[in-house]
Design a protein around this ligand. Structure first.
Ligand SMILES: [Zn+2]
Length: 214
């Protein structure tokens, strides 16, 4: 197991959808964030590739097929990383606005439309259990892989945006956290990305504040 993979496994997957977990690979972007600067976990394309397996964006078979061309390379694949990160930030703008019940404009959706169009070239009808199903073509270069994976995330984003689960989209209530998630709780009262992380910290802050005021 590589060092990067042990680090990537520490990243919590709490979004309830892979595309939300993808957006949650960064924090500190909400306009009223209490963090001084955004904290981005995607600092190399290699790390993104490891994350893709961790978050089940790719299968183990795909990981095995592509890993030597990515993980054995000292090349930083900077343009590929930039296209992935830029796309993630365009998704954050869409999903964060919707989580705050703010409208989105066609301009805000344009990068997603562009990614869908580029990614479409990599989609292929294939056969799964004897039935036609969407699959993805094999990529020969890392550039192609970046486009294909962005396309795959774009398809997931599009289906979440136009599907019934969108009504359950929320953003963590902590100003230290802008993670997005689908509230699948029974009473739909979930406030935190995770009670054990942001919920506990906020509770502790409130207790400290109350203690200091005595
Ligand atoms: Zn949180």
């Amino acid at each position: 197991m590589s060092h990067a993979f042990s680090a990537v496994k520490m990243i919590r997957l709490i979004g309830g959808a892979v595309v939300l977990d993808f957006i949650n690979t960064c924090n500190g972007r909400r306009p009223n964030s209490s963090l001084d600067a955004p904290q981005d976990r995607l600092n190399s394309f290699q790390f993104f590739f490891e994350w893709a397996l961790h978050a089940s964006l790719i299968t183990h078979a795909e990981y095995e097929a592509y890993k030597s061309s990515i993980l054995d390379s000292v090349f930083p694949f900077q343009p590929c990383l930039k296209s992935v990160v830029d796309f993630r930030e365009s998704l954050f703008r869409i999903f964060y606005a919707l989580s705050q019940e703010q409208p989105v404009t066609p301009e805000v959706l344009q990068p997603l439309n562009d990614a869908l169009e580029r990614g479409n070239a990599w989609r292929v009808l294939t056969v799964k259990n004897g039935l036609p199903a969407w699959g993805w073509k094999h990529c020969s270069t890392v550039d192609e892989l970046a486009t294909m994976l962005v396309g795959r995330l774009a398809v997931q984003a599009e289906s979440l945006l136009t599907g019934p689960d969108l009504q359950h989209l929320k953003c963590c209530s902590s100003l230290e956290c802008d993670w997005l998630f689908l509230d699948s709780s029974k009473n739909k009262q979930r406030r935190w990305c995770q009670m054990s992380v942001c919920g506990s910290r906020e509770k502790l802050n409130r207790l400290k504040h109350a203690g200091g005021a005595l």
